[in-house]
Write a protein that binds this ligand. Structure first.
Ligand SMILES: Cc1ncc(COP(=O)(O)O)c(C=O)c1O
Length: 451
């Protein structure tokens, strides 16, 4: 598949998906793999270039998933591929836990230029988002020398599947069923979800204020002693929970509460990081400085890498207190360095902001026509379309969401859902306006059909 061929032809369905090759592989998959995944449609990938994916039967799709917000610099980006090959020829592993290498130092130094924390910073490398979150939780308790055991998280949050992260995850009961008991000391409060505010208001700012009021006057006054809270952990935009942007002032007020009670503020930027929202990190939209940040997904454009980054004085786990064999793998770090190169040289943060607001504009036009579009929201290329029964009822419409997603797949557009009934749009940050237009034309056709 040459690059020109796919750019010119996509999307192109040559065999109705799932074609014969896809069906055969899926049959074997169902026998060999534990079936704990939730798959939206039977896509079997053969290869991918930039924002186009080809399945095993030769169908070409526009990618509005980016491998779930991972492939920020485009599939098989040549500069990333070269970095991986070059490093693989030098050495592929030598555990950073016991030995040192330049890639780990160089990456940290370069990343720190973009991390929205002033002053000295330290990093700890992991292999995934969930491990980065685990690291922030452990760091936050260790920072207080074990004297503060509570962690405050948010309903609807997704932080990962290992036990610590799972204990603060709460976007679907299936994620927790049969796994309890989970980590003790975790308290969940509502996320300020302006479209469906748990406090029964339609005013976003009021929703933010009431969430803070709930935290201070109910949780902290009646349930949790203030001086026992180690950390508050939040996604600056809720991802898995429905691509929910909190009200403008909420994050600042949350920061003030954390300061008042002496707790750390952790932001989980695993999904929002590396330019996705039109800034390097989503928390920058809110003008707030966190104490700790969890990173993963797009950091190495698909190679397994994550990181927990924090204020120097906070990243203070004692020697022997935390480590991992593979975290900070040199091949993954070389890929991560090349990701920084590409984002910088191709100005992908700006592209995400520009193409993202163009997409939001087009989707808002569609929202005026179709009453099952409750709301279009998002920042940069992290965009959600709330699919509802009707604009007045605002009731989630998960079956319509599934229908739209499946029809998109059949027509050559890869997109999935989030939350109860949100269509989530998170293409590679390399996407152009022209390709975005093709994808939205497909959605528009489907909206017409299902209306
Ligand atoms: C915000 C957030 N945090 C953590 C994770 C967990 O990352 P991983 O699946 O790499 O463990 C995810 C994954 O979707 C996520 O979206």
């Amino acid at each position: 598949m040459s690059a020109n061929y796919i750019y010119e032809d996509a999307p192109k369905i040559v065999v109705e998906p799932p074609g014969p090759k896809a069906r055969e592989i899926l049959e074997r998959d169902s026998k060999a793999l534990m079936q704990s995944y939730v798959r939206w449609y039977p896509l079997v990938i053969d290869r991918a270039v930039n924002y186009i994916v080809q399945d095993v039967d030769g169908n070409l799709y526009i990618d509005f998933n980016a491998g779930i917000a991972v492939i920020n610099v485009g599939h098989s980006n040549p500069r990333v591929v070269k970095a991986i090959k070059d490093q693989a020829e030098k050495f592929t592993h030598y555990s950073i836990t016991d030995f040192a290498y330049i890639q780990a130092v160089e990456y940290a130094e370069r990343l720190f230029r973009y991390v929205p924390i002033k002053g000295g910073k330290k990093i700890f490398y992991t292999n995934s988002g969930t491990e980065s979150v685990e690291c922030t939780l452990k760091v936050s308790r260790a920072y207080h020398k074990g004297s503060r055991q509570y962690i405050i998280g948010f309903i609807g949050a997704f932080h990962g599947r290992t036990y610590g992260s799972l204990s603060i995850t709460s976007s679907k009961p299936a994620q927790r069923r049969y796994f309890s008991p989970l980590l003790p000391g975790v308290i969940h409060i509502p996320y300020p979800y302006p479209y469906r505010c748990p406090f029964n208001t339609r005013d976003p700012d009021e929703c933010g204020r009431m969430t803070i009021e709930y935290l201070t006057s109910w949780v902290l006054d009646k349930v949790v002693p203030r001086d026992e809270v180690a950390s508050i952990i939040i996604e600056p935009i809720q991802g898995e929970g429905g691509y929910i942007v909190p009200p403008k002032n909420f994050m600042r007020e949350l920061r003030s509460v954390a300061n008042e009670i002496g707790s750390l503020l952790i932001v989980d930027e695993v999904q929002t990081g590396f330019g996705r929202t039109g800034k390097w990190f989503a928390i920058e939209h809110f003008g707030v400085e966190p104490d700790l940040i969890a990173l993963g997904k797009a950091i190495a454009n698909g190679l397994p890498l994550g990181a927990c980054v924090g204020k120097e004085e906070v990243m203070s786990i004692q020697q022997g207190g935390h480590a991992t064999t593979f975290g900070g793998n040199p091949v993954a770090l070389s890929a991560a360095l090349s990701v920084l190169d590409v984002i910088e040289s191709d100005k992908l943060v700006d592209n995400a902001a520009r193409v993202g607001s163009y997409i939001i504009g087009r989707l808002n036009d569609l929202a005026e026509k179709y009453s099952f579009i409750g709301e279009v929201r998002g920042l940069g290329l992290m965009i959600g379309i709330e699919i509802v029964e009707s604009r007045d009822s605002r009731k989630p419409n998960p079956s319509l969401l599934k229908n739209i997603i499946y029809r998109s797949f059949k027509k050559g557009l890869l997109v999935i859902g989030a939350g109860d009934s949100t269509l989530r749009i998170s293409p590679p940050l390399t996407i152009t306006r022209e390709v975005a237009d093709k994808a939205i034309d497909i959605l528009e056709d489907i909206f017409k059909t299902v209306a």
